[in-house]
Design a binder for this molecule. Structure first.
Ligand code: ADP
Length: 258
């Protein structure tokens, strides 16, 4: 049986709690994810996608409800412990890459290992292994502004993978990439997920990107509106269903006004 990597129960997030501007961004959402799952979250702008994955992954904490990652309840951990837990369990990939311009790609990728005080020789081995996998070995001494968008995103992914996390959390990872680099990134995610059993929780607005996942979650007004499992659907058939869900939810028909 597959091991559970993430479980959230009745997660509610209220911004500005106790003020006039209080806003419920997530409304009693629950989610269960096993090791090796690849989930894509989609929904209109402002529907709560980023809030959802941030609250699932220790970036933020729900107002009520519980989150377990790798069998540990997140809110029971202190600040120090959570830093260490994040390092051991989670790898983050953002749309903006978030590389530090003053550091080389090598230094950027090594940040999580440096923070964890890993011996330098071991760091070097880890960085080289992951850079080889991402085809950026010859770029390690370059600075981010000397690299293309696709190369920078690969470096950001290398940094997310270098600590060998159980769960990759990616918010619009292809948002700043052209279609060729997006395709390459998805091939890489596919390989990580299928060959190495890495679990991936991703937000994307692109149905093509979403069609690489094995579960699709459509969020609307802070709630899960629809879930679709890929199961034995072809990628094309899965893609078409995703497009359909998207279209039905983002277009208002005349009847909606009746
Ligand atoms: P999405 O990622 O789907 O675009 P978000 O999760 O960013 O949506 O935001 C969901 C809702 O919560 C939006 O209405 C947004 O304005 C609101 N929101 C997000 N972050 C904050 C915050 N820090 N304070 C107040 N409201 C917020």
């Amino acid at each position: 049986m597959k091991k559970e990597i993430l479980r959230a129960s009745n997660m509610t997030k209220i911004y500005g709690l106790g003020t006039k501007q209080a806003f419920t961004a997530l409304n009693k959402i629950s989610l269960q994810m096993n090791e090796g799952d690849f989930i894509c979250v989609m929904g209109p702008s402002g529907s709560g996608k980023s809030t959802f994955i941030n609250n699932l992954s220790t970036v933020d904490f729900p107002t009520t409800g519980t989150v377990y990652i790798n069998q540990r309840e997140v809110k029971t951990m202190g600040e120090n412990e959570i830093g260490h837990f994040r390092y051991e369990n989670l790898g983050f990939i953002f749309q903006e890459f978030n590389l530090l311009d003053a550091l080389t790609l090598y230094e950027n990728i090594a940040i999580p290992l440096t923070l964890a005080k890993m011996p330098r020789a071991l760091q070097k081995e880890r960085v080289h292994n992951v850079a080889e996998k991402l085809n950026i070995l010859d770029l390690l001494n370059k600075y981010p502004n000397e690299c293309s968008g696709g190369q920078r995103q690969r470096a950001a992914i290398a940094r997310a993978l270098v600590s060998q996390p159980k769960l990759i959390v990616a918010d619009e990872p292809t948002g700043n990439l052209d279609s060729k680099n997006s395709y390459e990134l998805m091939q890489l995610f596919k390989q990580l997920h299928q060959k190495e059993g890495v679990s991936i929780l991703m937000v994307s607005h692109d149905p093509m990107v979403a069609s690489y996942s094995n579960r699709f979650i459509y969020i609307k007004d802070g709630q899960i509106e629809q879930t679709l499992e890929k199961k034995d659907l072809s990628q094309k058939a899965y893609y078409e269903k995703i497009v359909e869900i998207n279209t039905l939810n983002t277009h208002l028909f005349e009847e909606d006004y009746d």
